[in-house]
Design a protein around this ligand. Structure first.
Ligand SMILES: Nc1ncnc2c1ncn2[C@@H]1O[C@H](COP(=O)(O)OP(=O)(O)OP(=O)(O)O)[C@@H](O)[C@H]1O
Length: 269
């Protein structure tokens, strides 16, 4: 479980990125921070692994205040996936996946076998293990980034716009893989995006944020689509900007695509 307690962040130049933010991310669930550029999503996420320290409040993982934990050890037990994968260019795919096990000593035969398994888990052929990042497509690189984040078997996974640099088709594939992986591994995931469809698809809980990381609305994504709490949220999740929207059909909340075709109905949670 990740808990933000009245967290704030004002940078030394006076920029207030986060005003007063509280949230609990229950274990084994995915919470999505959804908001436009500059609203403080990355700052919030980086408070979890202490790449940023809050200037007010505290962040806890399973009741441990992260401020009391060694940042290096903390980062080794938290998976972090970035927008451009951040792979080491002169290391093979397999060695990239083994980055964290290597930091804590020599990667054992068991670590290498597990890295191979992880490549399969994220949908990569074992034949790619010997390639270098430049020999992969953008989507394949992101998959390696996910495998690397999973290598130390972390309880917590931070994902900062991990799929935003790939084309829409590959993005959909990566989202589907993410749902499958999460069904299998059930990590505690904090996921940042500015894509409404992605947030609704992946999030058990979605937070729509505005500047200063103020929470405009929080709840299941479908609820937010169906009942936006304010004009701000309505405009942010506005149907014409998205492939899917929700409307009532025969009294049932129904997900409809841009052409009016029914994509599904919503179940009560
Ligand atoms: N080191 C820093 N010093 C000063 N201001 C910063 C620093 N890092 C971030 N900020 C500011 O804090 C605010 C929030 O930034 P943050 O990166 O968290 O937003 P974001 O929602 O993740 O945006 P994006 O989607 O563009 O990544 C922005 O106004 C940004 O300019």
């Amino acid at each position: 479980m990740i808990r933000f307690e009245h967290v704030g962040k004002t940078f030394p130049d006076g920029t207030c990125a986060v005003e007063d933010f509280s949230l609990e991310v229950p274990s084994h669930t995915t919470t999505v921070l959804l908001g436009s550029s500059g609203c403080g999503k990355t700052t919030l996420m980086q408070m979890v692994n202490r790449m940023v320290d809050p200037t007010a409040g505290r962040v806890l993982i399973d009741d441990d205040d992260v401020a009391s934990l060694d940042p290096v050890k903390l980062r080794r037990r938290i998976g972090y996936v970035m927008q451009n994968a951040g792979l080491l260019p002169h290391r093979t795919v397999l060695d990239n996946v083994l980055t964290v096990p290597r930091l804590t000593g020599r990667a054992s035969a068991a670590d290498r076998a597990r890295a191979q398994e992880l490549l399969e888990l994220v949908g990569l052929s074992p034949a790619l293990a010997k390639r270098y990042p430049a020999q992969l497509s953008g989507g394949q690189r992101q998959r390696v980034g996910v495998a690397r984040a999973l290598a130390p078997d972390p309880d917590v996974l931070l994902m900062d716009e991990p799929f935003s640099a790939v084309d829409p088709v590959v993005r959909s594939e990566l989202q589907a893989e993410m749902l499958r992986i999460q069904r299998e591994l059930a990590k505690t995931v904090l996921f940042v995006t500015h894509d409404v469809d992605e947030a609704v698809l992946l999030g058990d809980e979605v937070l729509v944020l505005r500047e200063g990381a103020r929470i405009a609305q929080q709840g299941p994504g479908e609820e937010i689509l169906l009942h936006p709490a304010s004009d701000f949220v309505r405009s942010f999740v506005g149907g014409d900007r998205r492939r899917l929207h929700v409307e009532e059909r025969a009294g049932t909340p129904t997900v409809v695509d841009a052409a009016g075709r029914v994509a599904g109905t919503l179940e009560a949670r």
